[in-house]
Ligand binder design. Structure first.
Ligand code: ZN
Ligand code: FE
Length: 253
């Protein structure tokens, strides 16, 4: 039986994700923004947490850990262990972990914070990206450099096109408004904005998205795109500089 993926809205605009394996009864939580909605989802489904995976140390990603961790193993970044809740397993880029018989690979995706990791499950094709690669955006650079984030996003962009990008926030609509300013002729982006408006009006989530859709529409994955580069007047600039300029404009947007 395939793993079940459940998206849980938390706080004002966060997402947490559950991955459940009916065969073993194991359930993993990816990020713990708060307790109540996660506990309610577990209770409604009769699931018990066996694992909690953490992408980075910000309170809106770890605050529920203390209440939810009883009986579960908590897994996070070796490089950020000092700022995360106490970890049962610390992992760094290149390490992998087995959950419900499926490999969970770790990528360092520093930029938003230093020590931010992403978890990739090649079996079902899920990537839990926290505040690194987000729907139509990427996390603000609180600690890392643009070069670091550009490199981090490059690792995620190399995953298979049908990978589900399970990111940490419902920022897609406002991200998209900015995306249109640097990529105004992108037909796939315009079509996606229509879809986003429809989804939000219906009270639905825009997360997760597919990597293929992000590559076609997310300006932070499109530093190689001729029309975006022309829009920025950076036809001949290195991709990392195009990324940095896009990020700078987003910060000022
Ligand atoms: Zn964050
Ligand atoms: Fe966040």
């Amino acid at each position: 039986m395939p793993l079940e993926l459940v998206t849980i809205p938390c706080r004002s605009d966060n997402y947490a994700f559950l991955v459940h394996d009916a065969a073993s009864g194991q359930t993993a939580l990816f990020d713990a923004p708060e307790t109540a909605p996660i506990r309610a989802e577990l209770d409604a489904r009769g699931w018990t947490l066996s694992h909690i995976f953490l992408t980075h140390h910000h309170p809106d990603h770890v605050e529920g850990v203390a209440d939810l961790r009883a009986g579960a193993e908590v897994i996070g970044a070796t490089d950020d262990a000092a700022r995360l809740p106490p970890l049962d397993h610390a992992l760094r880029e290149g390490d992998s972990f087995t959950f419900a018989g499926e490999e969970v690979r770790v990528f360092d995706v520093s930029g938003h914070t230093v020590g931010h990791i992403a978890f990739y499950m090649p079996g079902p094709g899920f990537a839990f990206t926290g505040d690194s690669l987000m729907a139509l955006g990427c996390g603000r650079l609180f600690e890392g450099t643009p070069e670091q984030m550009h490199e981090s996003l490059g690792k995620l962009a190399a995953l298979p096109d049908d990978t589900l990008i399970c990111s940490g926030h419902e920022y897609t609509k406002s991200n998209g408004k900015f995306a249109l300013t640097v990529d105004p002729d992108n037909e796939a982006l315009k079509a996606r904005m229509d879809d986003i408006a429809r989804l939000r009006e219906a009270g639905e989530f825009t997360v997760p998205s597919t990597l293929a859709l992000e590559k076609a529409t997310n300006p932070f994955l499109r530093a190689d795109d001729p029309s975006l580069r022309a829009q920025l007047g950076m036809q001949d600039a290195p991709e990392a500089q195009v990324f940095a300029e896009t990020r700078r404009r987003k910060d000022a947007f």
